[in-house]
Design a protein around this ligand. Structure first.
Ligand code: PEP
Length: 251
């Protein structure tokens, strides 16, 4: 059975003190909430150790927002998958559209990152999604199929089973413009069919596919009610405990 997951992506926001306070607030809110999904916060590298020390990870999972495409060595400024794992984090966002767009991440580098994440026991939250032009010119299904195939289809079925996917239409990220539940459901069902074509129905049915892009307390329930939407990757609304919990409680 696939899991329902709500994961926050804090991006490059909050100081360490602010981040620890936010994580503690979410951790405490979850203690009395009995959520119907797994809840995760993905935080800046600087925040991983102090947040790990401040939360109960049986209640609130912890992840990084990226990791390097090399294990160790002369890569000044990079943070490796073993380093992330050594903080106690268990998730890592990979292939976010901001990483693809601003830092030139390609399917080739992402394959390395995914392999290193898995080797180090991290669960990749692998992001895919089309830009506005591709939505408007009708190529969006093919664009997303290619991202999934090129980034992940080198994996064995066993390893693919450890991946969480996040469909994030780039035109909906941070824009306030959410995909309609129908647009999102159509894409999630398409992604699942692409997975089934490679790994079979069982693997496809067991893969959690999250939606990301201006998901808020006011639209989460409608999105999560769709059969192929297994939760959300949340940017802006993850920075306020009440908003994030509103989304968690939408399940
Ligand atoms: C994201 O960046 O992963 C995201 C979904 O952002 P937002 O919720 O702010 O659109």
């Amino acid at each position: 059975m696939r899991k329902n997951i709500v994961a926050g992506n804090w991006k490059m926001n909050t100081t360490v003190a602010e981040g620890v306070a936010l994580a503690k607030e979410v951790n405490e809110a979850l203690a009395g909430a009995a959520p119907k999904c797994d809840v995760v916060v993905c935080v800046p590298f600087t925040h991983l150790c102090p947040v790990a020390a401040a939360i109960d990870q049986t209640r609130l999972g912890l992840g990084a927002e990226n990791c390097a495409d090399h294990k160790s060595g002369a890569y000044t400024g990079e943070v490796s998958a073993p380093m992330v794992a050594s903080t106690g984090a268990t998730y890592v966002i990979l292939g976010h559209s901001e990483r693809r767009q601003y830092y030139g991440e390609t399917s080739e580098t992402l394959r390395e990152k995914v392999a290193l994440a898995l080797e180090n026991g991290l669960t990749p939250i692998f992001c895919i999604g089309e830009v506005l032009e591709e939505r408007e010119n009708g190529t969006f299904n093919e664009v997303v199929r290619k991202q999934v195939e090129e980034g992940l289809f080198n994996l064995s079925a066993e390893d693919f089973g450890k991946i969480v996917l996040a469909y994030e239409p780039v035109w909906a990220i941070g824009t306030g413009k959410t995909a309609t539940p129908e647009q999102a459901e159509d894409m999630h069902a398409w992604i699942r069919s692409v997975i089934a074509g490679k790994y079979g129905n069982e693997v496809a049915e067991n893969t959690s596919i999250l939606y990301g892009g201006s998901c808020k307390p006011g639209n989460a329930a409608e999105l999560f009610a769709k059969p192929d939407i297994d939760g959300g990757l949340i940017g802006g609304a993850a920075l306020k405990c009440a908003d994030f919990m509103g989304i968690v409680n939408a399940f």
